[in-house]
Design a protein around this ligand. Sequence first.
Ligand code: HEM
Length: 329
Amino acid sequence: MVTNKILLLILVTACTISVICNAKGSGENGGLVANFYGQNCSRAEEIVQTVIKRHVSDDPSLPAKLLRLYFHDCVVRGCDASVLLSSTENFQSEQESGANRRLGGFEAIDDIKAELEKECQGIVSCADILALATRDAVSLQYGRPLWEVPTGRRDGTISSALEASRNIPTAFSSFNVIKDIFRRKGLSIDDLVALSGAHTIGVGRCSLFSHRLYNFTGKGDQDPSINPSYADFLRTKCGPNDGRTTVEMDPESSRSFDNHYYEILKDNKGLFTSDATLLTNKKASKVASKMLDSETFFDEFAKSMLKMGAIEVLTGTQGQIRKKCNSIN
Ligand code: HEM
């Protein structure tokens, strides 16, 4: 009898805490829920998927663009679509930061937003559109969603180039710098290694790694940590002062989202210093070895994307639902 009462008390207390937590927008997924628009805009997710299919068939590089755009959104002020805001008289937006040069995918997001505003005005946030569109674009080659996207994010009203520069890791960042950035966002070394697998698709600019080929320590030398035959190959693509050319980050399968990144990484063919540096940490290197198993990679990537998508999200009455993704209401 007494035990039953204690059990009941524990149950009630746990439920109360959980309700409060969810109402405050914390909890497991930051207060996000599956199918948030089910009642108010039931075709929202279907519309995102349809528009994305059209855009990816016009531009096969879109999955990579969106995946990077989404990461750069979440790591600065959380996943609040702050990266989509254009500069105004009052602020220099995140887009002006050097770390955000060559970002893309904005037109696809604007197109989805326009379609959704026609279907149900002022309901679906740009932050959720970016989260869903990224998942759908990357998953398209498999015909099934590669990770879950709970929804209910709201849009931020502030975007700062300075904050972007402080929070987005660069091609030149060391392991500790990157690890600290991720840790500040609640992401572990396991998350860092799993999410780095995103570099299995897309391209990078020569100017961000050519020092590794031509002038690593200022003496006309090559980075000793780069695979020599890969360096030879890269030199055929990029001259020493090439500011324009881009090369595929995973040359053998740069349009296919898979775990091939870890194979090239382990072969010292990571393109940037920031990739190669994963092998300099014992734990990260061990995690990268585990990712050589495809099933492990897809499982871990899905878990880490769920975590990334919940970073500092605005929910409930926080923020707003923008009418247009590039400007606040
Ligand atoms: C771990 C720290 C990271 C660093 C230092 C980093 C750095 C970079 C750099 C320098 C580029 C090339 C940019 C250019 O050429 O202008 C790039 C591209 C890219 N990054 Fe990362 N990144 C990191 C993590 C991530 C994460 C977590 C994701 C997504 C989950 C991601 C997704 C991408 C994608 C898809 C591209 C290719 C974009 C395109 O082709 O348009 N990156 N990254």
